[in-house]
Design a protein around this ligand. Structure first.
Ligand code: FES
Length: 107
C-alpha cells in the first residue's frame, strides 16, 4: 500500500481540549486533544475558506468552524451541523515516545 505514518507534533505541543494546525507535506491538518486522546482531520472547512484550528471545540467532541459556525465531529470528521454537509477527511493517529504520528496516503 501507499500508507505511511508521518511525524506531526509532540504530544506536549497540544493543550487539552484545544486544537493545533500543522502542515504535513503541504497538507493542512488540524490536531485535537480530547481527554488526552489525539485526533486529526483536514484543517480546511468543507464549506468555505476557514481553518478549523481557529475554531472552538464544543460539546466535548465537536469543532465549530470560525466562519459560519458549522460543526464536525472531531472523532470521525462527520459534518454534524449546518451549513456543513460534506464530511472532513480524518486521519488515524498514533503516539510513540511523546510524538504524534498520523497516517496519510490511505484511500
Ligand atoms: Fe466553515 Fe462556512 S466556512 S461553516
Amino acid at each position: 500500500t501507499t500508507e505511511k505514518w508521518i511525524r506531526v507534533a509532540d504530544y506536549a505541543d497540544i493543550t487539552e481540549d484545544d486544537t493545533l494546525g500543522v502542515d504535513v507535506d503541504e497538507l493542512p491538518i488540524c490536531l485535537y486533544k480530547l481527554n488526552g486522546a489525539i485526533y486529526a482531520t483536514a484543517n480546511k472547512c468543507t464549506h468555505g475558506d476557514a481553518d478549523l484550528s481557529d475554531g472552538l471545540i464544543q460539546d466535548g467532541c465537536e469543532i465549530e468552524c470560525p466562519l459560519h459556525e458549522g460543526r464536525f465531529d472531531i472523532r470521525s470528521g462527520k459534518a454534524v451541523s449546518a451549513p456543513c454537509t460534506e464530511h472532513l477527511k480524518s486521519y488515524p493517529t498514533r503516539m510513540e515516545d511523546g510524538v504524534i504520528y498520523i497516517q496519510v496516503g490511505s484511500t
